[in-house]
Design a protein around this ligand. Structure first.
Ligand code: ME8
Length: 513
């Protein structure tokens, strides 16, 4: 074991019935930023994403594409791996539920639940939605459809059941004892009232199709896709080998990040399965909100699916990463708008951060011989700005502990505004003529502030931050948060490379967007 604190974070594993879109990119991006943040903060991070490849929905999509399910899954799963690369996600592994390691783990979990008397054979008659891969009670239907609007079909088949009905009180006790388990708070209340309204036993096997993990003791049955899928989180850490280093280091997971659509599976079924198998539930589930496109629900049939690759081509990767986490308070629903995207690029990135860095670096280049200037005695305004920069890590850490990306970024941008105000007030271009020693101090304070800002924006905009840090000649091993101390401050006299702009303005072209 590494001896460092660990941080295990997961994305949902995405169905391979569809191409990746902005919603998938969003969830994984949030995880990537947390994973990068925790690494820079000295933690031993395990960041997992992957694809969910079994179930009726995938089987149907494969048939529609004229492929056998495995060949179809291979193809679509690759699209998700490609997206992860293009989005610069730093996942440590990519899991597929068709891999032997996962099949072994999911079957071991099934056997454990059976051995504990938590799974028994019965028969299911009721409504099933293939799109949601979920069972619905008669009373949950709205105008003959699932509450999500998905079509349902009547299913009657022999089925194994998980005794979920017996877990209500223990789940409620668990939520009580772990008030931060479900976030945001409004979602927690939803889950608690769902559980309080009474849980029914859950059908956990299917016989009417075969694209799934076989139940070893009764191979006519395949596992219900959600039992199979959720198990991916423990497959990764070597389940059922509870003596393994990976298990001991990383389980329970620190955070399962999900969209609000799949909260119930993660916050109700999953902890019940785990507790029933004598395993600890994860520490936290965060259910984020839903993106719409210029006010409309995103759907294939409306033809308004937002392709993240297209957005990267148009706006650049780091601006997209910044926009997605800055624009909408994390946890709320959000609307994607090109106009807003352009506004953020031109205001927050080009005008605020870009302009600050560019002004400071080019003044140093022109007036200080291209070397980090030597500061004289610091004035109160200098101390105030440096203190604000040095105080940022604690604020950002506290905000990200609650997955409040927008507030973490807001805090960073407050210091960027302070810095721009300080440049205007101190007017180093005037000092150049009147007091060069004071100009050197001002430029030093600014460069040191930009060093803090660049280190702190690395999780969100890794490439752009690296360019800024290169321009400040910060060594590769001095870019972690451990370097956010006066001991690691820029050394006067250090030669700096010629500055180049890092955050260009976006100028719309006819073909853009
Ligand atoms: O549910 N806005 O997979 P899935 C925001 N395989 N996020 C969105 C979104 C949108 N418009 N659309 C999708 C599954 N998402 C299961 C998960 S986990 C053990 C199994 C994101 O491919 C969001 O994170 O349908 C949502 O929860 C997820 O994609 C659903 O992905």
């Amino acid at each position: 074991m590494s001896g460092r604190d660990s941080y295990y974070i997961t994305t949902p594993i995405y169905y391979v019935n569809d191409s990746p879109h902005i919603g998938h990119a969003y969830t994984s991006l949030a995880c990537d930023v947390l994973a990068r943040f925790m690494r820079l903060d000295g933690k031993d991070v395990l960041f997992l994403t992957g694809t969910d490849e079994h179930g009726q929905k995938v089987e149907k999509s494969a048939a529609a594409a004229g492929l056998d399910p495995q060949a179809f899954a291979d193809r679509v799963s690759q699209n998700f791996r490609d997206l992860a690369k293009r989005m610069n996600f730093s996942n440590d592994d990519f899991i597929r539920t068709t891999e032997p390691r996962h099949i072994t783990a999911a079957q071991a979990l099934w056997d454990k639940l059976t051995e504990k008397g938590e799974i028994t054979l019965g028969s299911y008659a009721g409504w099933y939605s293939v799109r949601d891969e979920a069972f619905y009670g008669e009373s949950e239907l709205v105008n003959g459809k699932a509450p999500t609007g998905a079509d349902v079909e009547w299913v009657e088949e022999p089925s194994y059941f998980f005794k979920l009905s017996a877990w209500g009180d223990r789940l409620l006790e668990f939520y009580d004892a772990n008030p931060d388990f479900i976030a945001p708070r409004s979602r927690r209340n939803e889950v608690v009232s769902f559980v309080k309204s009474g849980l029914r036993d859950l059908s956990v096997s299917r016989t009417s199709f075969s694209w799934g993990i076989p139940v070893l003791s009764d191979p006519k049955h395949v596992q219900y896709v959600w039992l199979d899928a959720l198990a991916n989180y423990i497959t990764e850490v070597d389940y059922p080998d509870l003596a393994s280093e990976k298990w001991r280091q990383y389980w329970p997971a620190d955070l399962h990040m999900v969209g609000k659509d799949i909260l119930r599976f993660h916050a109700v079924y999953w902890p019940a399965f785990l507790m029933a198998a004598d395993l600890a539930p994860p520490k936290r589930i965060f259910a984020h909100g839903w993106w719409t496109n210029e006010g409309q629900k995103i759907s294939k049939s409306l033809g308004n699916v937002i392709d993240p690759l297209r957005l990267i081509e148009t706006y650049g990767l780091d601006p997209l990463r910044y926009f997605l986490l800055r624009e909408v308070p994390f946890g709320h629903d959000g609307d994607f708008s090109h106009a807003q995207m352009i506004k953020r690029i031109n205001t927050d990135l080009a005008n605020d951060l870009g302009n600050l860095a560019q002004r400071v670096l080019s003044m140093i280049n022109k007036n200080c011989g291209g070397r980090v200037p030597e500061p004289g005695p610091l004035a109160p305004a200098d101390e105030t700005l440096l203190a604000a920069a040095r105080g940022l890590l604690a604020t950002v850490r506290a905000e990200l502990a609650e997955q409040a990306f927008h507030r973490a970024l807001e805090a960073i941008w407050t210091v960027i505004s302070d810095s721009n105000r300080y440049v205007d007030e101190q007017a180093p271009w005037t000092l150049r003529k009147t007091d060069q020693a004071r100009m050197a101090s001002v430029l030093y304070v600014l460069a040191e502030t930009v060093r803090h800002l660049a280190i702190l924006v690395q999780p969100v905009m890794p490439d752009s931050a690296a360019k800024l840090l290169d321009q400040l000649a910060v060594a590769a091993d001095r870019r972690g948060f451990g370097a956010l101390t006066p001991a690691d401050a820029l050394k006067p006299g250090t030669e700096l490379p010629p500055p180049t702009g890092v955050f260009p303005r976006y100028v719309p072209q006819d073909s853009a967007a």
